[in-house]
Ligand binder design. Structure first.
Ligand SMILES: NC(=O)c1ccc[n+]([C@@H]2O[C@H](COP(=O)([O-])OP(=O)(O)OC[C@H]3O[C@@H](n4cnc5c(N)ncnc54)[C@H](OP(=O)(O)O)[C@@H]3O)[C@@H](O)[C@H]2O)c1
Length: 246
């Protein structure tokens, strides 16, 4: 089983590490070219190689994990017929405003599906920080195993996604279709906070706060809690707001 990564940054790199640890092969890609991924390939070893997004699209399963602002650059022809896992979130300050999202006419994953019209888009890995994604993975059956919400329109693609989550160390909670995927978007109760270990100690510098967050083990969140957090939720305005912004 080979996992293709279109985008090999914080989330793509973390998923690649989890996949390699689980015995999968990975194909990494980014916008600047395979040579820029040499360090990550070296770290990951023989199970990893770097390629272009079009080559990564040939993997058994593909993850699209780039800034949402670049979603229209995903190689739609190469991804035709594939299951594509969308980790992307909408932050207007970073991604620019997207009217169909601001009006709640579409979720961001529906927008991605519209671009990848011949692919089966499923959503996952968008509601947890890259460091908690890395440090909360547990084997199946572990008492402290966490769950992640998933969404998608295609039943078979969702089954592939559930199997991938299980391999990487997570249970899955199906929150519905891509139209329902707002339930795990930024600013919802299930977004990021439940997996955080708590508040950093007072008085840390921004650098030390970041180090504390990346190095402190996350808070396991079981499937039942994810179900509660995604069921009892009212849809608000689209898009995330960075802490401290208006
Ligand atoms: N960071 C988190 O904790 C987190 C958590 C959940 C969800 N997310 C979401 O997941 C997505 C990725 O986040 P991230 O934090 O991993 O971002 P990141 O660290 O900035 O990495 C982005 C990756 O996408 C690549 N990329 C950018 N444009 C591309 C293009 N047109 N074609 C191919 N690759 C391209 C970048 O490569 P180059 O540098 O070569 O351009 C880089 O490898 C975002 O939508 C984000 O909102 C992030």
């Amino acid at each position: 089983m080979t996992l293709g990564l279109i985008g090999s940054g914080m989330i793509g790199g973390t998923l690649a590490r989890l996949a390699v640890a689980a015995g999968m092969d990975v194909i990494l890609s980014n916008s600047r070219g395979p040579a820029t991924l040499a360090d990550l390939v070296t770290e990951l070893g023989d199970q990893a190689r770097a390629a272009t997004p079009v080559e990564a699209a040939r993997a058994d399963l593909v993850v699209a994990t780039i800034p949402l602002s670049a979603y229209s650059q995903l190689p739609a022809d190469a991804l035709a017929g594939k299951t594509v896992i969308d980790t992307m979130n909408y932050y207007p300050q970073r991604d620019g405003t997207i009217p169909e999202l601001d009006s709640n006419e579409l979720t961001s994953s529906e927008l991605v599906q519209r671009h990848l019209a011949s692919s089966r888009v499923v959503k996952a890995f968008n509601n947890i920080t890259f460091f908690n994604l890395g440090n909360l993975a547990r084997p199946a059956g572990a008492d402290d195993r966490s769950a992640l919400p998933i969404a998608g329109d295609d039943t078979a693609a969702k089954a592939e996604l559930v199997a991938l989550l299980d391999t990487l160390g997570y249970d899955a909670v199906d929150v519905g279709t891509l139209a329902d995927s707002w339930r795990s978007e930024p600013e919802t109760p299930v977004y990021v906070q439940p997996y955080m270990p708590g508040r950093p100690p007072e008085g840390l510098s921004p650098e030390d706060t970041f180090r504390w967050m990346t190095e402190t083990p996350g808070h396991p969140v079981p499937a039942g809690r994810i179900k509660e957090l995604t069921e009892n939720v009212v849809r608000g305005p689209a898009g995330g707001r960075f802490p401290g912004s208006a």
